[in-house]
Design a protein around this ligand. Sequence first.
Ligand code: FAD
Ligand code: SF4
Length: 333
Amino acid sequence: MNTFEFARANDISQAIAAAARSGTAQQGAQVRFIAGGTTLVDLMKLNVERPRQVIDINGLSLDRVETLPDGGLKIGALVRNSDLAHHPVVERDYAVLSEALLSGASGQLRNMATTGGNLLQRTRCVYFRDTAMPCNKREPGSGCSAIDGYNRNLAILGTSEHCIATNPSDMSVALAALEATIHIQGVKVERSVPIHDFFLLPGVTPDRETVMQPGDLITHVTLPAPTGGKSVYLKLRDRASYEFALASAAVVVRTEANQFKHIRIALGGVGTKPWRCFDAEKALEGKSPNETNFRNAAEAALRDAKPQSENGFKVELARRCLVHALKSATEIA
Ligand SMILES: Cc1cc2nc3c(=O)[nH]c(=O)nc-3n(C[C@H](O)[C@H](O)[C@H](O)COP(=O)(O)OP(=O)(O)OC[C@H]3O[C@@H](n4cnc5c(N)ncnc54)[C@H](O)[C@@H]3O)c2cc1C
Ligand code: SF4
């Protein structure tokens, strides 16, 4: 680990002014915020992240969950993953979010990990974390070791010839299905970005994963009022805990008179960003919940999949994951 300065920020403008001196908002940034530290410290130990200054934002008052006048929910960026998962409103009205959070990492990690940090966690591609290997995300222009290398756990949707890394977050998949909005305080302005636009596809710049700019601080996340239906998160992985998704599905549904009136679907473990499945939603809108319709929706969701040398199994795994999640949300055996 390189040497770095450590500072504590007590108010938002002080934190942003310091971080705005940074080169980029992500890879290679000179100044980084630290929240729970469960991503940043690991990457600093591996010399993947080498900030000159680390600013502790834990003193900012961004640790509350509040109900909004429109019935929605406001989640502070510093709310810990455990507190959010067990919040009574989240458990009751946004079960998909609670289930996604509880499927991630371990109890100890969730006690530290924050909402903002979870959104900005980095890929688990092994080459990204190994500074001896070429990686376009870590070192732009150096090449992608995974395309002809170990890629079993990597993406099949949204990839480019420059990067095929998966976004590892479970929470963000649930937030995609819930149509969350990310609120960002920048150096000059505050902005609100729908989660679908927050994450970027790798394209030719895989080092840029989100729309965050130097100095940007995530202040909170908002969720729309609950839709009154049911929501489910299903995660498939190599072992039952402490493991990232090979495929996961977040579904938010409401049916009336045996027809889908509201349906939102996102997949995890298969996309370069939390993967919203608009085609699958369209395939189900107004239809009855049954196995044939679920299978058709799953086919639509994976239609554009581009498997790599070792992860072709993910196409069918993700389809089955989605079908099971839909069955469970609609209580079809
Ligand atoms: C062993 C292990 C297993 C794991 N398993 C899973 C899993 O199964 N599923 C899963 O989803 N996750 C998993 N994780 C990842 C874990 O969820 C993340 O590390 C955690 O959510 C990051 O939150 P943090 O607060 O610790 O982030 P930090 O490490 O503090 O920060 C992460 C990044 O976000 C930036 N940042 C933090 N807060 C803000 C803010 N408010 N505004 C702007 N920038 C900010 C930091 O500068 C840094 O770049 C695992 C982690 C480990 C170590
Ligand atoms: S897939 Fe992306 S993160 Fe992995 S080696 Fe290639 S460029 Fe790096």
